[in-house]
Design a binder for this molecule. Structure first.
Ligand code: GLY
Length: 346
Protein backbone atom coordinates (compact mmCIF):
# COMPACT_ATOMS: atom_id res chain seq x y z
CA UNK A 1 0.00 0.00 0.00
CA UNK A 2 1.11 3.57 -0.74
CA UNK A 3 0.09 6.45 1.50
CA UNK A 4 -0.02 10.17 0.91
CA UNK A 5 -0.48 12.47 3.92
CA UNK A 6 -2.35 15.63 2.98
CA UNK A 7 -1.52 18.44 5.42
CA UNK A 8 -4.47 20.77 5.00
CA UNK A 9 -6.43 22.52 7.80
CA UNK A 10 -7.95 19.09 8.44
CA UNK A 11 -5.11 16.61 7.68
CA UNK A 12 -5.85 13.17 6.26
CA UNK A 13 -4.35 10.26 4.38
CA UNK A 14 -4.92 8.97 0.89
CA UNK A 15 -4.39 5.19 0.68
CA UNK A 16 -3.57 3.68 -2.72
CA UNK A 17 -3.91 -0.07 -2.74
CA UNK A 18 -5.06 -2.70 -5.21
CA UNK A 19 -7.93 -4.53 -3.54
CA UNK A 20 -8.18 -1.79 -0.89
CA UNK A 21 -12.00 -1.71 -1.09
CA UNK A 22 -12.16 -5.13 0.57
CA UNK A 23 -10.30 -3.63 3.56
CA UNK A 24 -12.20 -0.34 3.77
CA UNK A 25 -13.81 -1.26 7.10
CA UNK A 26 -10.50 -1.68 8.90
CA UNK A 27 -9.11 1.55 7.39
CA UNK A 28 -12.24 3.54 8.22
CA UNK A 29 -12.28 2.20 11.77
CA UNK A 30 -8.92 3.96 12.25
CA UNK A 31 -10.39 7.42 11.56
CA UNK A 32 -13.57 7.22 13.65
CA UNK A 33 -14.54 5.90 17.08
CA UNK A 34 -18.12 5.42 15.91
CA UNK A 35 -19.24 2.09 14.47
CA UNK A 36 -22.20 3.62 12.66
CA UNK A 37 -21.82 4.57 9.00
CA UNK A 38 -24.01 5.94 6.19
CA UNK A 39 -22.85 4.82 2.75
CA UNK A 40 -23.93 6.99 -0.21
CA UNK A 41 -23.55 5.51 -3.69
CA UNK A 42 -25.20 5.35 -7.12
CA UNK A 43 -27.07 2.54 -8.81
CA UNK A 44 -24.15 1.48 -11.06
CA UNK A 45 -21.55 1.38 -8.30
CA UNK A 46 -24.10 -0.35 -6.05
CA UNK A 47 -24.18 -3.36 -8.37
CA UNK A 48 -20.42 -3.53 -8.84
CA UNK A 49 -18.87 -2.66 -5.48
CA UNK A 50 -21.35 -2.09 -2.64
CA UNK A 51 -21.32 -5.66 -1.32
CA UNK A 52 -17.52 -5.70 -1.05
CA UNK A 53 -17.64 -2.46 0.92
CA UNK A 54 -20.50 -3.68 3.15
CA UNK A 55 -18.77 -6.99 3.92
CA UNK A 56 -15.64 -5.19 5.00
CA UNK A 57 -17.54 -2.58 7.02
CA UNK A 58 -19.55 -5.28 8.79
CA UNK A 59 -16.42 -7.34 9.51
CA UNK A 60 -14.95 -4.22 11.17
CA UNK A 61 -18.03 -3.90 13.36
CA UNK A 62 -19.88 -1.13 11.51
CA UNK A 63 -23.65 -0.89 11.38
CA UNK A 64 -24.32 0.55 7.90
CA UNK A 65 -27.28 2.23 6.25
CA UNK A 66 -27.12 2.74 2.47
CA UNK A 67 -28.58 5.45 0.22
CA UNK A 68 -28.53 4.77 -3.54
CA UNK A 69 -29.40 7.35 -6.20
CA UNK A 70 -29.43 7.20 -10.03
CA UNK A 71 -26.02 7.45 -11.70
CA UNK A 72 -25.27 10.70 -13.53
CA UNK A 73 -24.70 14.43 -13.25
CA UNK A 74 -28.46 15.09 -13.00
CA UNK A 75 -28.34 13.59 -9.49
CA UNK A 76 -25.94 16.30 -8.27
CA UNK A 77 -28.90 18.55 -7.48
CA UNK A 78 -30.75 20.19 -4.60
CA UNK A 79 -33.58 17.67 -4.72
CA UNK A 80 -31.21 14.72 -4.29
CA UNK A 81 -29.28 16.60 -1.58
CA UNK A 82 -32.58 17.00 0.30
CA UNK A 83 -33.16 13.24 0.01
CA UNK A 84 -29.68 12.57 1.41
CA UNK A 85 -30.36 14.89 4.40
CA UNK A 86 -33.66 13.07 5.05
CA UNK A 87 -31.91 9.71 4.82
CA UNK A 88 -29.21 10.79 7.30
CA UNK A 89 -31.86 12.10 9.65
CA UNK A 90 -34.07 8.98 9.40
CA UNK A 91 -31.05 6.82 10.18
CA UNK A 92 -30.09 8.94 13.20
CA UNK A 93 -26.65 9.81 11.86
CA UNK A 94 -24.99 12.05 14.45
CA UNK A 95 -21.93 14.28 14.32
CA UNK A 96 -19.80 11.49 15.75
CA UNK A 97 -20.77 8.97 13.02
CA UNK A 98 -19.18 8.64 9.58
CA UNK A 99 -20.48 9.14 6.05
CA UNK A 100 -18.89 7.18 3.20
CA UNK A 101 -18.97 8.37 -0.43
CA UNK A 102 -18.63 5.26 -2.62
CA UNK A 103 -18.59 6.31 -6.27
CA UNK A 104 -17.30 8.71 -8.89
CA UNK A 105 -17.17 12.50 -8.88
CA UNK A 106 -20.94 13.04 -8.60
CA UNK A 107 -21.21 10.79 -5.54
CA UNK A 108 -18.13 12.34 -3.94
CA UNK A 109 -19.18 15.93 -4.59
CA UNK A 110 -22.76 15.69 -3.34
CA UNK A 111 -21.91 13.42 -0.42
CA UNK A 112 -19.08 15.74 0.60
CA UNK A 113 -21.44 18.71 0.53
CA UNK A 114 -24.05 16.79 2.55
CA UNK A 115 -21.29 15.92 5.05
CA UNK A 116 -20.16 19.56 5.18
CA UNK A 117 -23.65 20.90 5.87
CA UNK A 118 -25.66 18.19 7.70
CA UNK A 119 -25.54 18.98 11.44
CA UNK A 120 -22.97 21.66 10.48
CA UNK A 121 -20.46 18.97 9.58
CA UNK A 122 -20.02 15.20 9.87
CA UNK A 123 -16.75 13.39 9.04
CA UNK A 124 -16.74 11.64 5.67
CA UNK A 125 -14.58 9.19 3.75
CA UNK A 126 -14.07 9.16 -0.01
CA UNK A 127 -13.84 5.82 -1.85
CA UNK A 128 -13.53 7.06 -5.45
CA UNK A 129 -14.45 4.49 -8.10
CA UNK A 130 -13.39 6.33 -11.27
CA UNK A 131 -9.89 7.38 -12.31
CA UNK A 132 -11.02 11.01 -12.53
CA UNK A 133 -12.38 10.93 -8.98
CA UNK A 134 -9.24 9.17 -7.66
CA UNK A 135 -6.77 11.68 -9.10
CA UNK A 136 -8.86 14.82 -8.82
CA UNK A 137 -12.24 15.27 -7.17
CA UNK A 138 -11.81 13.04 -4.10
CA UNK A 139 -8.71 14.91 -2.92
CA UNK A 140 -8.57 18.57 -1.96
CA UNK A 141 -11.90 19.15 -0.26
CA UNK A 142 -14.00 20.74 -3.00
CA UNK A 143 -17.61 19.61 -2.60
CA UNK A 144 -20.62 20.93 -4.50
CA UNK A 145 -23.94 20.49 -6.21
CA UNK A 146 -25.20 22.00 -9.48
CA UNK A 147 -28.03 24.54 -9.66
CA UNK A 148 -29.92 25.98 -12.65
CA UNK A 149 -27.34 28.79 -12.94
CA UNK A 150 -24.42 26.41 -13.43
CA UNK A 151 -22.33 23.45 -12.34
CA UNK A 152 -20.77 23.38 -8.85
CA UNK A 153 -22.24 26.76 -7.92
CA UNK A 154 -23.25 25.72 -4.39
CA UNK A 155 -20.64 23.99 -2.30
CA UNK A 156 -18.13 24.07 0.52
CA UNK A 157 -14.55 23.20 1.26
CA UNK A 158 -14.70 20.03 3.36
CA UNK A 159 -11.64 17.84 3.53
CA UNK A 160 -12.40 14.13 3.91
CA UNK A 161 -11.20 12.11 6.92
CA UNK A 162 -9.67 9.50 4.58
CA UNK A 163 -9.48 8.64 0.87
CA UNK A 164 -9.21 5.00 -0.26
CA UNK A 165 -8.11 4.50 -3.89
CA UNK A 166 -8.36 0.92 -5.14
CA UNK A 167 -6.97 0.68 -8.67
CA UNK A 168 -8.51 -2.79 -9.20
CA UNK A 169 -11.89 -1.02 -9.21
CA UNK A 170 -10.79 0.88 -12.31
CA UNK A 171 -10.76 -2.40 -14.29
CA UNK A 172 -14.58 -2.30 -14.25
CA UNK A 173 -14.69 1.11 -15.99
CA UNK A 174 -15.79 1.52 -19.60
CA UNK A 175 -12.78 2.50 -21.78
CA UNK A 176 -14.22 5.97 -22.37
CA UNK A 177 -14.59 6.56 -18.62
CA UNK A 178 -10.99 5.47 -18.05
CA UNK A 179 -9.89 7.73 -20.92
CA UNK A 180 -11.71 10.63 -19.31
CA UNK A 181 -9.64 10.23 -16.17
CA UNK A 182 -6.49 10.16 -18.31
CA UNK A 183 -7.33 13.71 -19.43
CA UNK A 184 -6.70 14.87 -15.86
CA UNK A 185 -3.60 12.63 -15.44
CA UNK A 186 -2.02 14.12 -18.58
CA UNK A 187 -2.81 17.56 -17.15
CA UNK A 188 -0.78 16.77 -14.00
CA UNK A 189 2.20 15.70 -16.10
CA UNK A 190 1.97 18.85 -18.19
CA UNK A 191 1.74 21.27 -15.25
CA UNK A 192 4.17 19.73 -12.78
CA UNK A 193 6.01 16.53 -13.72
CA UNK A 194 7.81 15.65 -16.94
CA UNK A 195 8.73 12.17 -15.61
CA UNK A 196 5.03 11.43 -15.06
CA UNK A 197 4.34 12.66 -18.59
CA UNK A 198 7.03 10.33 -19.94
CA UNK A 199 5.56 7.44 -17.95
CA UNK A 200 2.19 8.05 -19.61
CA UNK A 201 3.87 8.38 -23.01
CA UNK A 202 5.26 4.86 -22.52
CA UNK A 203 1.73 3.32 -22.39
CA UNK A 204 -1.70 3.67 -23.95
CA UNK A 205 -5.31 3.11 -22.91
CA UNK A 206 -4.99 -0.69 -23.27
CA UNK A 207 -1.80 -0.96 -21.21
CA UNK A 208 -2.18 1.84 -18.66
CA UNK A 209 -3.06 -0.65 -15.90
CA UNK A 210 0.68 -1.57 -15.83
CA UNK A 211 1.48 1.90 -14.46
CA UNK A 212 -1.78 2.63 -12.67
CA UNK A 213 -0.60 2.73 -9.05
CA UNK A 214 2.54 4.72 -9.87
CA UNK A 215 0.56 7.15 -12.02
CA UNK A 216 -2.29 7.62 -9.52
CA UNK A 217 0.25 8.18 -6.73
CA UNK A 218 2.16 10.79 -8.77
CA UNK A 219 -1.03 12.66 -9.75
CA UNK A 220 -2.43 12.76 -6.20
CA UNK A 221 0.93 13.85 -4.83
CA UNK A 222 0.96 16.81 -7.23
CA UNK A 223 -2.54 17.70 -6.15
CA UNK A 224 -1.47 17.38 -2.49
CA UNK A 225 1.36 19.88 -2.95
CA UNK A 226 -0.84 22.39 -4.78
CA UNK A 227 -3.71 22.07 -2.29
CA UNK A 228 -1.39 22.33 0.72
CA UNK A 229 -0.12 25.65 -0.67
CA UNK A 230 -3.56 27.00 -1.57
CA UNK A 231 -6.32 24.99 0.09
CA UNK A 232 -9.02 27.61 -0.54
CA UNK A 233 -8.30 28.24 -4.22
CA UNK A 234 -7.10 31.82 -4.10
CA UNK A 235 -3.98 31.52 -6.26
CA UNK A 236 -1.71 28.56 -7.04
CA UNK A 237 -4.57 26.04 -7.08
CA UNK A 238 -5.71 27.64 -10.33
CA UNK A 239 -2.83 25.83 -12.05
CA UNK A 240 -5.00 22.68 -11.79
CA UNK A 241 -7.24 24.35 -14.35
CA UNK A 242 -4.84 23.79 -17.26
CA UNK A 243 -7.05 22.92 -20.23
CA UNK A 244 -10.15 23.90 -18.27
CA UNK A 245 -10.75 27.41 -19.67
CA UNK A 246 -11.46 26.11 -23.17
CA UNK A 247 -12.55 22.76 -21.70
CA UNK A 248 -15.36 24.39 -19.70
CA UNK A 249 -16.27 26.38 -22.82
CA UNK A 250 -16.57 23.15 -24.82
CA UNK A 251 -18.70 21.57 -22.11
CA UNK A 252 -20.92 24.68 -21.99
CA UNK A 253 -21.23 24.84 -25.79
CA UNK A 254 -22.39 21.19 -25.72
CA UNK A 255 -24.76 22.01 -22.85
CA UNK A 256 -22.81 19.52 -20.68
CA UNK A 257 -24.18 16.58 -22.66
CA UNK A 258 -22.10 15.75 -25.72
CA UNK A 259 -18.62 15.75 -24.16
CA UNK A 260 -17.25 14.37 -20.88
CA UNK A 261 -15.23 16.64 -18.58
CA UNK A 262 -11.91 14.84 -19.05
CA UNK A 263 -12.36 14.81 -22.82
CA UNK A 264 -13.05 18.54 -22.81
CA UNK A 265 -9.93 19.11 -20.68
CA UNK A 266 -7.81 17.13 -23.17
CA UNK A 267 -9.17 19.13 -26.11
CA UNK A 268 -8.73 22.37 -24.13
CA UNK A 269 -5.08 21.55 -23.29
CA UNK A 270 -4.32 20.78 -26.94
CA UNK A 271 -6.07 23.90 -28.24
CA UNK A 272 -4.26 26.33 -25.94
CA UNK A 273 -0.93 24.55 -26.47
CA UNK A 274 -1.37 24.62 -30.27
CA UNK A 275 -1.73 28.40 -30.12
CA UNK A 276 0.59 29.46 -27.30
CA UNK A 277 3.23 26.73 -26.95
CA UNK A 278 3.38 25.07 -30.39
CA UNK A 279 6.78 23.52 -29.55
CA UNK A 280 4.91 21.05 -27.24
CA UNK A 281 1.85 20.52 -29.41
CA UNK A 282 2.97 17.28 -31.13
CA UNK A 283 3.96 15.55 -27.91
CA UNK A 284 0.75 16.50 -26.15
CA UNK A 285 -1.41 15.49 -29.12
CA UNK A 286 0.31 12.08 -29.39
CA UNK A 287 -0.21 11.23 -25.73
CA UNK A 288 -3.87 12.32 -25.88
CA UNK A 289 -4.37 10.15 -28.98
CA UNK A 290 -2.78 7.17 -27.21
CA UNK A 291 -5.49 7.46 -24.55
CA UNK A 292 -8.26 8.00 -27.14
CA UNK A 293 -8.89 11.57 -26.10
CA UNK A 294 -9.88 14.46 -28.38
CA UNK A 295 -7.06 16.78 -29.42
CA UNK A 296 -9.11 19.76 -30.53
CA UNK A 297 -12.53 20.78 -31.72
CA UNK A 298 -14.27 21.75 -34.97
CA UNK A 299 -16.30 24.40 -33.16
CA UNK A 300 -15.12 27.86 -34.33
CA UNK A 301 -13.12 29.67 -31.62
CA UNK A 302 -15.47 32.64 -31.95
CA UNK A 303 -18.34 30.46 -30.73
CA UNK A 304 -16.36 29.04 -27.80
CA UNK A 305 -14.90 32.26 -26.41
CA UNK A 306 -18.19 33.64 -25.02
CA UNK A 307 -18.41 30.46 -22.90
CA UNK A 308 -14.89 31.16 -21.50
CA UNK A 309 -15.97 34.56 -20.19
CA UNK A 310 -18.77 32.91 -18.20
CA UNK A 311 -16.24 30.79 -16.36
CA UNK A 312 -17.12 31.39 -12.71
CA UNK A 313 -13.46 31.35 -11.74
CA UNK A 314 -12.71 34.52 -13.68
CA UNK A 315 -12.94 38.04 -12.43
CA UNK A 316 -15.15 40.48 -14.37
CA UNK A 317 -12.74 41.80 -17.00
CA UNK A 318 -9.69 39.59 -16.67
CA UNK A 319 -9.26 35.94 -17.38
CA UNK A 320 -6.79 33.54 -15.78
CA UNK A 321 -5.52 30.92 -18.15
CA UNK A 322 -2.84 28.28 -17.64
CA UNK A 323 -0.03 27.70 -20.07
CA UNK A 324 2.85 25.20 -20.10
CA UNK A 325 5.83 26.43 -22.10
CA UNK A 326 7.80 23.40 -20.94
CA UNK A 327 6.40 20.05 -19.85
CA UNK A 328 6.11 20.10 -16.07
CA UNK A 329 6.01 23.88 -15.82
CA UNK A 330 2.46 25.19 -15.73
CA UNK A 331 2.01 28.91 -15.18
CA UNK A 332 -1.03 31.02 -14.35
CA UNK A 333 -1.40 34.04 -16.65
CA UNK A 334 -3.89 36.83 -16.02
CA UNK A 335 -4.88 38.99 -19.00
CA UNK A 336 -7.86 41.11 -20.02
CA UNK A 337 -10.48 38.88 -21.60
CA UNK A 338 -10.14 40.83 -24.87
CA UNK A 339 -6.43 39.96 -24.95
CA UNK A 340 -7.21 36.26 -24.36
CA UNK A 341 -9.64 36.40 -27.32
CA UNK A 342 -6.94 38.03 -29.47
CA UNK A 343 -4.42 35.31 -28.51
CA UNK A 344 -6.87 32.50 -29.26
CA UNK A 345 -8.19 33.91 -32.52
CA UNK A 346 -5.13 35.74 -33.79
N1 GLY B 1 -10.36 20.18 -9.56
C1 GLY B 1 -9.61 21.33 -9.31
C2 GLY B 1 -9.37 21.61 -7.87
O1 GLY B 1 -9.55 20.75 -7.04
O2 GLY B 1 -8.99 22.70 -7.54
Amino acid sequence: MKKISVKTSHPYEVLIQRGGLAHCGEYISEVTKSRKAAIITDDIVEKLHLQTALDSMKAAGFECSVFVFPNGEQSKCLENLGKIYDFLCENNITRSDIIVALGGGVVGDITGFAAASYLRGVEFVQIPTTLLAQVDSSVGGKTAIDIAGGKNLVGAFKQPALVICDSDILKTLKPETLAEGMGECIKYGMIRDEKLFELMESKDLDTVDDIMDEMVYACIDIKRIVVEHDEFDRGERMVLNFGHTLGHALEGWHNYKGIAHGEAVAAGMCMITDRLAPQLADRLRKVCEAYRLPTGSDIPMGELLPFCSKDKKNEAKDINYIICNEIGKGEIVKVPFTEFCRLMEG
